[in-house]
Design a protein around this ligand. Structure first.
Ligand code: ADP
Ligand code: MG
Length: 222
């Protein structure tokens, strides 16, 4: 679940970004849309407790974020949030397997090779475990990054521009993959995108009992 109220954020010297309230139930899907620069990535960073809002409150996966500080925010994020960033940030020097092991380490977990194998299997990339990121296609790298994001079975999955620079077929596959992964884990899914194709791809695939909501951001006035 993601509940926000009166959320605002201002970068030093930047425009004041004001976000409409959301109340996304556990397992629901939220589409965060709007033109480039309107604050989509900023909103994701606030939900992931990567930075504190200038004003307003957030409750994410039952956790009031204002109560988290420093190391406790990092520990909470590693457990509760699966983040698929726009730049995938796979470590180039490490194999796929070790990239996932690094996520377990970051979450304070003992290395669990079985969990890594299951996550790679679920995303259809089990046979790539010993490759380096440079030896993956774009689509394979995205699957590996998603496997890493959901390895800890987070309650909330955040994806930033998951279809950027993908052709129609690959974009459809990426949206389907995100949705199926979130649904399989009962996770709440928020997709931030300026890509109008995503809404069209998402709606017909949603099971009827799944809540779909939209947060449409407008271009900031500055
Ligand atoms: P979007 O993801 O919708 O393209 P962002 O959340 O990245 O938008 O950015 C929202 C606004 O905040 C933009 O005006 C952007 O220039 C500004 N901004 C983003 N990151 C920073 C930063 N680190 N410092 C200052 N301004 C920033
Ligand atoms: Mg962005």
């Amino acid at each position: 679940m993601i509940h926000s109220h009166g959320l605002r954020y201002q970068y030093p010297g930047g425009p004041l970004l004001a976000f409409a309230d959301v109340a996304v139930p556990q397992g629901g899907v939220l589409l965060v849309s709007g033109p480039s620069g309107c604050g989509k990535s900023t909103w994701l960073a606030l939900v992931a407790a990567l930075m504190a809002p200038t004003a307003g409150t957030l409750v994410v996966a039952e956790q009031p974020l204002a109560a988290l500080r420093g190391a406790s925010a990092d520990a909470w994020r590693a457990r509760s949030i699966g983040f698929l960033p726009q730049a995938l940030h796979l470590s180039a020097a490490l194999s796929v397997q070790r990239n996932l092991a690094l996520a377990q380490w970051a979450a304070g977990q003992a290395q669990d090779d079985g969990a890594i194998a299951r996550a790679l299997q679920a995303l259809g990339v089990a046979e790539l475990a010993q490759r380096r990121p440079a030896q993956l296609s774009g689509g394979q790298a995205q699957r590996v990054a998603l496997a890493r994001a959901v390895l800890m079975r987070p309650r909330v999955i955040l994806a930033d521009e998951p279809t950027a620079s993908l052709d129609d077929e690959a974009a459809a596959a990426a949206v389907t993959l995100l949705l199926h992964t979130a649904q399989a884990q009962g996770a709440t899914l928020a997709i931030a995108t300026h890509d109008a194709r995503v809404a069209t791809l998402l709606a017909p695939q949603l099971p009827s009992q799944t809540s779909l909501q939209a947060l449409r951001l407008l271009r900031s006035s500055l």
